[in-house]
Design a protein around this ligand. Sequence first.
Ligand code: TYD
Ligand code: ZN
Length: 422
Amino acid sequence: MIGTNNIKINKQNFKTRPDCRVCAGNHLEKFLTLGPTPLANSYLTKEQLGQVEDFYPLDVYFCRDCCLVQLLDVVSPEVMFKDYAYLTGASNPMRVHFAEMAQDIIDNFSPNKDQLVIDVGSNDGTFLSNFVKAGLKVLGVDPAANVAPIAKAQGVPTLVDFFNEECALRIREKYGPAQVIVGANVFAHNDGLESFSKGVSELLAADGVFIIEVPYFLNMLDKLEFDTIYHEHLSCFSLHPLVHLFARFGMAVVDVKEMPVHGGSLRVFVKKSPAKPSANVQRFLAVEREKGIHLLETYQKLAQDIAVLKEKLGRVLRGIKQEGANRIAGYGATAKSCTLLNYCGIGPGVLDYIVDTTPLKQGKYTPGSHIPIFPEEKLRQENPEYVLLLAWNYGPQIMQKEALYRQKGGKFILPMPEPKTV
Ligand code: TYD
Ligand code: ZN
């Protein structure tokens, strides 16, 4: 490994499930091994650098029955989500995205002032604050006790809890049914999808809508976005397994859209049955079948392509270092960078440092790879020759924001689907 810590494969804090979390079947095929890897959000303090660091398996499976791509080694949610370093509000593009999403919901589903809008995985309240501004009734649900006060401070009431059937029933008893339930970047993080879905069906008003956003597997397949696989992301969804899951709990996917966030996500609209799916739903399902999401060969080819990418990226970075006294910084201490850096063996000998806007991450070190994290200003002060774009999902925005750095000769390295210097 690349860090200097003693590595311990943690055997206590995770369990390996025997079946698929969507269909409960057991025709599961392992096609990719990316670990062992530390937890993506476990940034280290300077003192922790010399201590034992926990690593966990990162093996990826495909379900032959419902086509869900998933991890079966599930790290305890208490360990991953109670104390959380990710803040939605730290990324301006996500603030814009969620403001637009809120407006879309207000325009299309017109919740009135007595009806409840719930966000599961509400984080710092960035999304719900848009509804508060519109005078609507909201409730956030999130287990991160360290983040909830930030949400409350901006007027977003937040229940610090994991969402499941029991939690849903408690909310319904206290607040009544919800007209809108949203789960953006939370569904892929949940091992208890059966209890979650049952909870939604019990909490949702008869004519209510449940909207989720999840990174889309076809983007991983087409653009090799393999670093979106880390322990928090237990599932990588296509539409097929979602249709299957909701049908089990008396709900139906009524519409679907592709959104340009997190490297390409699906926004999926779900209502209680009977509900009529739009033509979009049929179109997405047909494309997925054409892409071979039900075939093991598709996944074996993906694994090969990822191994080739690792070799190419290593070659590019080593080449730059060997050329002369070049400095390479990283842009964005993203969760996905944990997978990329650890799997590709990129440490402080390759990346001098990483810049990131999140105050909670600054002054710390990346898990496993031990690269120091600084505020963005450092890049502008030092003008390193190269920057590896670890927050590639914000490529256009970051390139624009760092136009001056580029004018001064700084170059960005985009890691995938093929390493490219611009
Ligand atoms: P993000 O890509 O949202 O997700 P993940 O952690 O799930 O991979 O994380 C973005 C990180 O990049 C976050 O730590 C904030 C940081 N960031 C910057 O430092 N500068 C920027 O301009 C943007 C957009 C993000
Ligand atoms: Zn399955």
